[in-house]
Design a protein around this ligand. Structure first.
Ligand SMILES: [Zn+2]
Length: 106
């Protein structure tokens, strides 16, 4: 009986490891396709209020809280971007969120 429990525990541990690895892989993939992950799929905003709104609703793909650590501007292909750097409190992953501010109302 003890042996059986031992085997069950090992199988469970191996299963959890594989699942974690699988989750991490799919996480990286979805992170790249996320809205705002690159200038190509930047979040279109008309005001900085909209930008704040988006950042409030943004969570790390691990479920952790994202803190804004910096902001900058970038220009590419005649469009203007506001880039927010965010860091996760849980996994410490840093991400950049692109906002298209070309038509921003001043
Ligand atoms: Zn995270």
């Amino acid at each position: 009986m003890t042996t059986l429990l031992f085997v069950v525990a090992i199988v469970a541990a191996i299963g959890a490891m594989g699942y974690k690895r699988y989750r991490k892989k799919s996480r990286v993939r979805t992170a790249a396709q996320r809205l705002g992950a690159s200038p190509d799929n930047a979040i279109y905003i008309r005001s900085f209020d909209e930008m704040d709104e988006h950042m409030r609703q943004r969570w790390c793909s691990c479920g952790g809280f994202l803190e804004t650590t910096g902001e900058g501007t970038r220009e590419a292909d005649g469009r203007r971007f506001r880039v927010a750097r965010m860091e996760c409190h849980e996994c410490e992953e840093t991400t950049e969120v692109f906002f298209d501010t070309t038509d921003l109302l001043q």
